[in-house]
Every structure is written in C-alpha cells, then in structure tokens.
Ligand binder design. Sequence first.
Ligand SMILES: NC(=O)c1ccc[n+]([C@@H]2O[C@H](COP(=O)([O-])OP(=O)(O)OC[C@H]3O[C@@H](n4cnc5c(N)ncnc54)[C@H](O)[C@@H]3O)[C@@H](O)[C@H]2O)c1
Length: 401
Amino acid sequence: MSQDTLRVAVVGAGRWAQRAHIPGWQRDPRVEVVALVDTDEAALAQAGERFGVSRLYTDYRDVLADDTIDVVDVATANTAHFEISEAALLAGKHVLCEKPVHHDYTQTQRLADLARGKGLKTKLGFTFRYAPAVQYARHLMESGFVGTPYIFNGYEQNSQWIDPQTPMRQVNPKADPAVLATSSIEGYGAPIIDIMHEWVGAELTSVVGTMRNFVPERVVAATGAMQRLNIDDGDMWVCEFANNVIGSIQSSYVTVGNFPGIEARIFGSEGAIIVRLVAEEGICQTIRTATKDQVEFVEREIPQEFFPEGGDSREDWDFLFYSALCADFATEILSGGAQNQGDFAQGALVQETINAFEASHRTRAWVDFPLQTAVAAPAEASVDGSSNGASNGVVTAGAAS
Ligand SMILES: NC(=O)c1ccc[n+]([C@@H]2O[C@H](COP(=O)([O-])OP(=O)(O)OC[C@H]3O[C@@H](n4cnc5c(N)ncnc54)[C@H](O)[C@@H]3O)[C@@H](O)[C@H]2O)c1
C-alpha cells in the first residue's frame, strides 16, 4: 500500500527541537507532527502550545505503542539518544536521531544493521549536508565538474566560546585536568567530517593530527566560578583516502567568525568548489566555483530544486538546513526506494573517524583506518557545534559521562 503522508513524534522538546526539528517537519505539507514527548512537563506544555501539537507525553514508550506513528525523532539530550533510537527501531519506527547516537561507533553500527534488517530508515542530525549549497555541490561533482578529486579542506569553526565568561554546563567531574579531553572535534567536527566522507567518496585509510586547549579556564555554570577545563577547543587533522585524495579538517569554537562556520573546499583535475555556510550580510550559504581554464572563483546561484519548498538563503540557517533534512527524510521514506543518505551507518563512520583522530593525538602517530578494535572511549566533553551561543549562553561539556 503506498503512503503519501508521514506522522512524526518528536521526543525531546528543548531548544534545538524548537529551533530546528519541529518547525523543520512542519514546513513539509506531507508531514504531520502528531505528538511531542519530554520528561520536563513545563517544556512540553510550552512546546505543545507554540507548535499546535495536542498529544503530549512524558514517556517516549507511549508513542512507540501507537501504530499510526511512522517516524520517531530523537532530539533529547545525548544520554537518551541510543536507548530511545533502539526502542523505536524495535517498535518498527523510522528514526531520526541527533548526533551522536552512541560514543561507541560499533553500537551505532549495530542499530544501522538492526534498521536495515527490518526495512526501516535512519537519519543522523547531520544538519549541514542538507544545506542547499552542499547538495548542489554534490550534484556538480556527480556531473564531473571537479574531475578527479585531489584535495579536500574542511573547516568548522566560529567564536561561540572564545569568551571564558560564557558559562559551561555538565562539566565532567571525573575528568583529569592533566589530560586534554575531546570537545570541539566531537561537537563541531562531526558535520564537516560527514561532508568530507561524502565528497571524497572513497575509504579513509590513515589519519594524523593534534588538539589544543587555548582557553585554559572557563566559568562553570553550576558554580559560577572559573575552573581549569582542559578541553580541546581547537584541532587540526590530515586524512589519506584510498582514491589518493588527501584531506584536512580543522575545528574550533575559539576562532573568530560567525555561525555556523562551515567551509568545505574540493579541488580536482578539472575544477574546484568552495561552499561557505557562514551567516554573513544576511545570507547563510554561498557556493563559488572555478575551473582549470577560468581560475578566478565566481559565485553561483543555487538552483531552486535544491531548496525545500519556498526556501531561500536569507532564512535562518538552522530552519533552512533542518527543514531540508526533514524533507529529504520524508522523501526517502515515502518513496520506498533504497536511498537513505546520512544514515546511522554514516553516523558510525563519522564517530569512528573522530575516534581515530583522538587516537592519533594520544599516540602522536598516524592511525590506520578502519580501527582494529572497538574504540569505545567516551568523549570527556562535548558541545553542540551548531547551537547559537548568543541564545544559549552555555556550552554542554562532559555530556557523555
Ligand atoms: N545537529 C545540530 O546541528 C544540533 C544543534 C544543536 C543541538 N543538537 C543536539 O540536539 C540535542 C538537544 O539539544 P538541546 O540544545 O535542544 O538541549 P535541551 O536541553 O534544550 O533539550 C533537550 C530536551 O530533552 C528532554 N529530555 C531529556 N531526556 C529525555 C528523555 N529520556 N525523554 C524525553 N525527553 C527527554 C529534556 O527535558 C529537554 O527538554 C542534543 O543531542 C544536541 O547535541 C544538534
């Protein structure tokens, strides 16, 4: 029986759900957000009122029992991602989950396999791969614009936490101040690593790199006091791929510049593409290209087919990119085909890459990929690479433990 509408339950009705997930789904005429779930009753009531959703629950298991719900969207704090995703898949729901599903990539892969076995689709909250400029760049690459790819450069950086007075919450009390803990590369690096894998299109073979702590002390939200926090707030990595491409990744939340601060560049035998997802002069995305015969980069207009209905580059980046993600997932599910980009398997690959980066920093050596053993090392600290510090005013650190 063919289906032309989707019924979605959003679990976790906090800041990001209200800025991106719920309005993202509601933009799509094929989709109805039928239920919201949050353990915080006040947040739940406020979100229900704001978005006109009347079915409100404090326990996610209530929506799993409802056979008319097709998709469970997990937008809770990180600690609940894995449990709810697994339960939703077991209940036969398609699942969209914020990153990371699990800090151990083998567990994320296990859920990817579970979904595939049940004919269900999954999607990670890799917001930026759905930016119309990124999707258009991919289209250009598929039509041969770049030729044989040589070099990829990826940046995800802004100055969201350059000020030590910006309070940090969920600081890991068990963290050893003598050991530099992963932070920026987990919270900020994931989306640009996702784009790197997608654009390079070959197996990663080896990585090397390093992390730094530039701002040694920060205000901790719980106490209001300055504290030594030895966390990675800037890092740099080099990657080798099986197709001879070399790539670099740089992530930081103390580098001057605006949100979200993504830049992806690819250079090949025929041409080059530079996509910037940085809100500047009221525009949230640009794409510039050059060819070997026209070496000066020129800005291209992004064709309307890469936008969600009615979208344009003057919209807020979170609403535009996330509504594009939701539309893409709705199309993948409703079409019933095999297409499923940015799924949990991709999430596992990105997490494994981060773990390889960390292993390289710790050993000060190249690390071969795929990793030989399950590296389940939980991140000591993480931040949301894309939330707006101006509205949040907090960093989430140590959320993994
Ligand atoms: N992809 C992106 O670009 C991006 C950007 C920002 C945030 N995020 C992610 O979105 C998620 C939510 O972040 P946020 O800033 O909205 O946090 P938040 O704290 O504002 O909201 C989380 C909500 O989840 C609820 N919750 C927690 N455990 C629950 C459970 N077991 N069942 C039901 N509700 C539960 C909390 O009560 C809270 O209201 C995080 O995983 C974060 O990393 C992703």
